[in-house]
Design a protein around this ligand. Structure first.
Ligand code: PMP
Length: 421
């Protein structure tokens, strides 16, 4: 163990199982002392500019005083109470605010505690919607290559099977229809043909709108979403938008679906929902989906209820986060970051070994011809003062929306320098 590591690290690290790590070879994680604004302060005295806002959550930067105060106030009143048979102001206020913010009839909010569970709930809603109507043949989902929807068993089945993360399990998961996103003539024809032949077996269709995130930060045109909506309408399928990454301004509008002018039947939210402070997720359904569960038969109820569902502290944080979207110019900041990322990452496109540079909203992606060792690139970036998490053949920036122009330049400039080295 590194002599510079604090005692708590040496005592505790042998007892944790870190995420996505081959522990035989993985370097130990960096020990963090605290966070503030867009910076992560390490125990060894260094400060890193966070280029990825803690897995895309900390949209207002770290430790925003408004969220902190809201959580402290809620902690004094009631940190948590079970949501089964009881209700409280933070959750109901948040549900009403989300219903108002989301387009059209997306009005029924089911709270849970992680993105994967929010997607599981969406999938259960879609499957049971049909079962409740006596249609027992609609048991599959259409999902898309390069898509990612979570790490739990149900969601793994709708992730890209070959994208690496879950490929070991592919034979064990219930098979789903894994199609290419209908983006060009050939993929549109295959998609239409598949649905023409199989729609009666399909409960729903899942997509990450505008950006397929963890599957490689791959962008698609809003037109694709309109095509999915039209196909879902044509075949009576439930359309699920997984906005766990894109929701809350990341792509330039409050929700990515707005850019396409398309309303899904179910949307999943998490990540930036609490401004990156606490675990909370939401699965929001339209009135039509909700009504499909109204019945004199108790068996038609949605049987899901996480213990920490609608945790009051997390809901208070989420309400405070929404206050900040109302009071502070977040979407304007996203637009400014988009311009900055284009200007500052754009020149990399001409550098040898760089395959592509793409930007949408506050998401900047640099795709590298051969990124042999993403961990080594991460270490080099950390040595140079920025925190990023390259994977596969990309390194991406998804900073907090509150990042100042100077820090954005520091972030992109450092990345440019490391990639040129
Ligand atoms: N869906 C999408 C689009 C995601 O990006 C993620 C997380 N990266 C998830 C679902 C799963 O969320 P969680 O990690 O909170 O379970």
């Amino acid at each position: 163990m590194d002599a510079k590591q604090p005692a708590w690290f040496a005592a505790g690290f042998p007892h944790v199982w870190p995420p996505y790590s081959q522990m035989k070879t993985a370097a130990p994680p960096l020990a963090v002392e605290r966070t503030e604004g867009v910076r992560i302060y390490l125990e060894d005295g260094r400060a890193l500019i966070d280029g990825i806002a803690s897995w895309w959550t900390a949209c207002h930067g770290y430790n925003h005083p408004h969220i902190r105060q809201a959580v402290i106030r809620q902690l004094e009143i009631m940190p948590h109470v079970m949501f089964g048979g009881l209700a409280h102001a933070p959750a109901l206020t948040l549900a009403a605010r989300l219903a108002k913010l989301l387009p059209d009839d997306l009005t029924r909010v089911f709270f849970s505690d992680s993105g994967s569970v929010a997607v599981e709930v969406a999938m259960k809603m879609a499957l049971q919607f049909w079962l409740n109507r006596g249609e027992h043949g609609r048991t599959k989902f259409v999902a898309f290559r390069d898509g990612y929807h979570g790490d739990t068993l149900g969601t793994m089945a709708v992730c890209d099977p070959g994208e690496g993360m879950h490929s070991l399990f592919s034979g064990l998961l219930p098979p789903q229809a894994m199609l290419n996103l209908p983006t060009d003539a050939a993929s549109i024809a295959t998609f239409d043909d598949y649905l023409d032949r199989n729609a009666g077996k399909i409960a729903g269709m899942l997509v990450e709108p505008l950006i397929q995130g963890a599957g490689g930060m791959i962008f698609h045109d809003p037109e694709v979403l309109r095509r999915l909506r039209a196909a879902a309408d044509r075949h009576g399928l439930i359309l699920i938008f997984d906005e766990i990454f894109t929701g809350f301004g990341r792509t330039g509008t409050m929700f990515a679906c707005e850019a396409a002018g398309v309303v899904p039947d179910i949307v999943t939210l998490s990540k930036a929902l609490t401004g990156g402070t606490m675990a909370l997720a939401a699965t929001v359904a339209t009135g039509r989906i909700f009504d499909g569960f109204l019945s004199d038969d108790p068996g038609h109820a949605l049987m899901h209820g996480p213990t920490f569902m609608a945790n009051a502290l997390a809901c208070a944080a989420a309400n405070a986060s929404l206050d900040l979207f109302e009071r502070e110019p977040r979407l304007r900041q996203v637009a400014e970051i988009e311009v900055g990322l284009r200007e500052q990452l754009g020149p990399l496109a001409k550098v040898g070994g760089i395959k592509d540079v793409r930007v949408t909203g506050a998401v900047g992606v640099v795709q590298i011809d051969r990124l042999n060792d993403p961990k080594a690139l991460q270490r080099a970036c950390a040595e140079a003062g920025i925190w990023v998490r390259p994977f596969r053949d990309i390194v991406y920036l998804t900073p907090s929306f509150t990042i100042g122009a100077d820090d954005l330049e520091r972030l992109t400039g450092t990345l440019r320098k490391v990639l040129a080295a």
